[in-house]
Design a protein around this ligand. Structure first.
Ligand code: B12
Length: 512
């Protein structure tokens, strides 16, 4: 069987590398793109081939792999299955559009989709988009080959939700994969794309021009923060590949010349012993790449950061989220301000080059004073970089559940949307106030950084500035003080649009 594995992107999350930085496409159509590689389809391709099938990979960030190019390839290659992979709710509209176009080109070729959003919304996707014939719920390494082996008997494929004439059939769920070591390493060679390590911002910030890729050494997180979909997608479990299996892949990447690797693990610093084995392996094998990862501040592995730094871990991001215990508890973070200070201080003291803090603003019950306290807290911490994002509600999260129970969100009508909490929740500050507080906060943070840590701040701007035009550096530093212009405007719940209410009006009288 031949399967087209297509990674559909949200156009906001990638940029072609500027020509002056070597972004000129080569004669054979190879391009450089500032984006995260499509680890999902890179992981699925070898698993499919291991079962004797063929897989062709497409990534819509490539200028020669847009919908019409793929449509032509379908007419030329006649794949047996078209598999659309995507991550989040923001990409679903693009997936629908592509499915409809590709279905019109080859109506008899089954279109299957998968990924975190599809896993959460399988039934709804099939109800809404007739161009999609099936959804693979959860991990695809076993499910997709099984589907290809049983195209004439989809009822036998665990974890599949599929269309049987006018009926939609939900097969029994497929258990989580126990042994993650059983699969070949992801295929990072088929796509004619060099991914460049960058910050997914609207001002393209190149972090390094080293050969870059991502890797996943573990899956899931046992915690239950109210805004996160990972526990739902990974059934509240944390599972990992063995250090030896991970080091085998790292050795392969090192030998292929990769010098920058980002671990997309939801919580890499979960197990002390495992981190020790992986880091000692990197050191013993004299692997040369630098790498980055993410994790929780209450990790027991905080004392392993010197070893991680010795093993070339140069970037560590913590989900800090807020500078007030009240909001941390409201978000069910189950971490304390003290733990945050300790983890960040230790990470710096033990030699991690860049420590990043993810923050959320616009949370239920949070005052303007609380938001400013988060910025002050960030200024006090020894963080190198930080990001302050608005709290959003995604289906599958406890927060989404709360809003459904409060009658603000209609789960059946709003399932494909995502919401900024300040747009729908009267216990959250209005968007205007949150944006204003964010601008004030960034102003305060920048001033405190420039005056309290001038050398560090200068070094950081110089690091970012290495590959950026001066105008882009200015754009990047001034962007927090400007309203962000995303192409996709946040949605509003059906009840609000039906009542013709916008956010401020809703606040007048709670339509909930
Ligand atoms: C890395 C990452 C990013 C990277 C982008 C990565 C990329 N490749 O482009 C960045 C930082 C840019 C990013 C941005 C965002 N992200 Co993000 N991201 C992740 C993260 C942490 C890991 C994804 C990953 O690498 N997985 C590893 C690969 C191997 O897994 P996979 O792609 O899911 O594929 C597997 C299965 O899903 C399945 N599968 C996949 N495709 C297919 C297809 C078929 C046919 C089948 C059968 C199976 C199948 O098989 C694969 C192997 O098991 C996930 C969390 C998570 N654990 O999923 C959040 C996550 C997907 N992101 C999320 C969100 C919300 C966003 C943002 C909207 C946040 C924001 N407001 O800016 C943006 C939108 C980005 C976009 N649309 O492209 C949410 C999605 C929730 C939702 N309901 O939509 C998640 C789940 C995080 C969360 N906390 O809830 N993200």
């Amino acid at each position: 069987m031949l399967v087209f594995l297509i990674y559909v992107r949200d156009d906001n999350y990638y940029h072609p590398l500027p020509v002056e930085l070597g972004g000129k496409p080569t004669k054979d159509g190879r391009v450089k793109v500032m984006a995260f590689p499509p680890l999902g389809i890179q992981t699925l391709a070898p698993a499919v081939r291991q079962h004797g099938h063929q897989a062709l990979l497409f990534d819509t960030c490539h200028p020669g792999m847009k919908t019409e190019h793929i449509a032509k390839a379908i007419e030329a290659e006649h794949p047996d299955v078209i598999a659309l992979s995507f991550l989040s709710t923001t990409t679903y509209p693009a997936v629908k559009k592509m499915a409809r176009r590709l279905k019109s080109v080859s109506p008899l070729t089954p279109v299957i989709t998968g990924g975190p959003f599809a896993t959460i919304n399988a039934l709804n996707i099939l109800k809404e988009c007739s161009a999609i014939d099936a959804v693979g719920v959860g991990e695809g390494e076993e499910l997709l080959p099984d589907y290809l082996d049983h195209l004439n008997d989809p009822g036998s494929v665990a974890g599949l939700v599929w269309r049987k004439g006018a009926e939609i059939v939900k097969n029994p769920p497929r258990p989580l994969i126990q042994d993650l070591d059983q699969f070949p390493y992801p295929d990072r060679l088929s796509l004619p794309i060099d991914y460049v390590e960058s910050l997914p911002l609207d001002v393209p910030a190149v972090l390094s021009l080293d050969r870059f890729c991502t890797m996943q050494t573990s899956r899931g997180c046992p915690y239950n923060c109210i805004y996160c979909d990972i526990p739902y997608v990974m059934q509240h479990r944390w599972r990992s590949r063995s250090p030896q299996h991970v080091l085998g892949e790292m050795q392969q990447l090192n030998d292929l010349g990769y010098r920058s690797i980002y671990l997309t693990d939801d919580h890499f610093i979960m197990k002390r012993k495992r981190i020790m084995e992986i880091c000692n392996g990197i050191i013993d094998r004299k692997l040369e790449f630098h790498w980055g990862c993410e994790g929780r501040v209450d990790s027991l592995a905080v004392d392993q950061m010197r070893l991680m730094a010795r093993a070339h871990c140069q970037f560590l991001a913590f989900g800090i989220e807020s500078g007030t215990q009240k909001t941390l508890d409201r978000l069910n973070k189950r971490q304390s301000l003290k733990q945050i200070e300790h983890a960040v201080t230790e990470a710096k003291r033990q030699g991690i080059t860049r420590v990043h803090g993810f923050f959320l603003i616009g949370s239920p019950g949070e005052s303007e004073k609380d938001i400013l306290e988060s910025f002050r807290f960030a200024a006090r911490l020894q963080l190198d970089t930080f990001g302050f994002n608005r709290l959003c509600a995604y289906r599958g999260t406890p927060l989404w559940r709360e809003y459904v129970d409060q009658g603000i969100i209609d789960d059946d009508l709003d399932w494909h949307k995502w919401f900024k909490c300040s747009d729908i929740d009267s216990t959250v500050l209005p968007s205007k106030v949150v944006n204003h507080a964010r601008m004030k906060g960034y102003g305060l943070l920048f001033i405190l950084r420039i005056f309290l840590r001038p050398v560090k701040t200068f070094r950081l701007i110089r690091t970012f500035g290495r590959y950026m035009k001066k105008s882009d550096i200015f754009k990047l530093l001034s962007s927090p003080f400007k309203r962000r212009t995303l192409t996709h405007k946040p949605d509003l719940p059906n009840k609000m649009t039906e009542a013709g209410l916008s956010e401020p009006e809703r606040r007048g009288n709670n339509a909930g």
